[in-house]
Design a protein around this ligand. Sequence first.
Ligand code: XMP
Length: 506
Amino acid sequence: KILILDFGSQFTQLIARRVRELNIYCEIHPYNHFPEVDSTVKGIILSGSPYSVRQEDAPQFDFKPYHKQLPILGVCYGAQYLAQHNGGEVQPSSTREYGRANLQYINEASPLFKEVPSSSQVWMSHGDTITNITDNFEIIASTDTVKVAAYQIKGSQTYGIQFHPEVTHSLDGKQLLQNFLVDICGCHQEWTSESFIETTIAGLKEKLGDDKVVLGLSGGVDSSVAAVLLHQAIGKNLYCIFVDNGLLRKDEFESVLDSYKHMGLNVRGIDAKQRFYDALAGLTDPEKKRKAIGRVFIEVFDDAAHEVQDVKWLGQGTIYPDVIESVSVKGPSATIKSHHNVGGLPDFMKLKVVEPLNTLFKDEVRRVGRTLGIDDNILGRHPFPGPGLAIRILGEVTPEKVAILQQADAIYINNLRQGGVYDKVWQAGAIYLPVQSVGVMGDERTYENVVCLRAVESLDGMTADWCHLPYELLAKISNEIINNVKGINRVVYDISSKPPATIEWE
Ligand code: XMP
């Protein structure tokens, strides 16, 4: 495997994804919590950083034990850091070095640049530059403004590159990473979903033995894939719980429960609709609604978990990005969460936790799910928030409003599917607005509510752009909703991107 040392760059996760795309396993570790390096580690990559190596409080890392022992690749800050600590000098750049640049010179004999064209486009993003190097450095690439765009420290497998190979604007970045990982580190490109499944199931069997595990299914990708992996490892000792909170999409509870049963999972569906509606009655503040839903979910789940005798573990669909939240470069303990005070927690939260997906990125979870044979209907599903339709009904939630929104939402989503655009949209949903407006149907004047349609394109939900859905499709959806959903006489489309708007309205 490859260890990636995180100095806090926004691109660190991207480096990891590129390495994984080359079917090589890697892990991200904060610079101040670097793990023991054993014989399975084939190389180290040092990330960029929002800091400058010239700052007094810049993050430090003692690379000496690894230098000349293992291949090391420093990227941006990592490159400057290695240069500065090997007798080089780093100064603020005189010209802005941000964005696309083209290499002007490369040392074709360097294994790092094998099959990289000499004028390759690269992506720069830095305010400092390496101004001075000593005799033990060999420059292996330059641009017209950055002389030391890449270097190797002689007599070692330590490399530094000023640009970001992980960003797709560095057109040959993947080739360069492959050169480093395969040719220089000697990694085998064997980390596939098949190998992941095989080792994970074996590991789960060993860890869990005959123990029982409870797991909450949500209908989403992560919990479903986690459940299937656990099921393949421990079979009937996995007890799944799927709660109907009354805030799911139309017919979702029944159809998803059905898919789970078809997948052979031991799953119990619990109708808790009324408990959620009762808790939501009278609440209008979005955060209070969220808290009420979270609280009731815990109560319902805890009750259900108690019905499983002698359960030892809580299964969770946690994925890698939830685990690694990029390091806070400020303090050594920032990423460590401690739960010393477990006294007030519900019982299931005191169970030991098993998280079979906690080393995977979202697209990898999908790939594993596909290899496991999970239905595309579950794997390709849009993200859906835990509080469900409650945060798409502005103001107080009532069962009547839920029923209206479910109908409108179903018409919307079905049309996206039939129109062949569902898979191009990252997330879509209808929002019930607490606004009434005048309309006319036949000879009658109506005074009914407005439904807003939202569809966004996004990579991770952090930023998003509204989708330019075809007018004809929007027209068809609007018509169908107004003609079929009693209580709605107007449909609007949300054309705000995130930021400054959010994806959900609450
Ligand atoms: P926003 O509205 O913040 O949403 O742009 C970003 C993503 O997060 C989802 N979301 C939630 N998911 N509980 C969840 O499990 C929540 O309270 C919640 N609020 C927003 C939202 O659907 C989108 O995918």
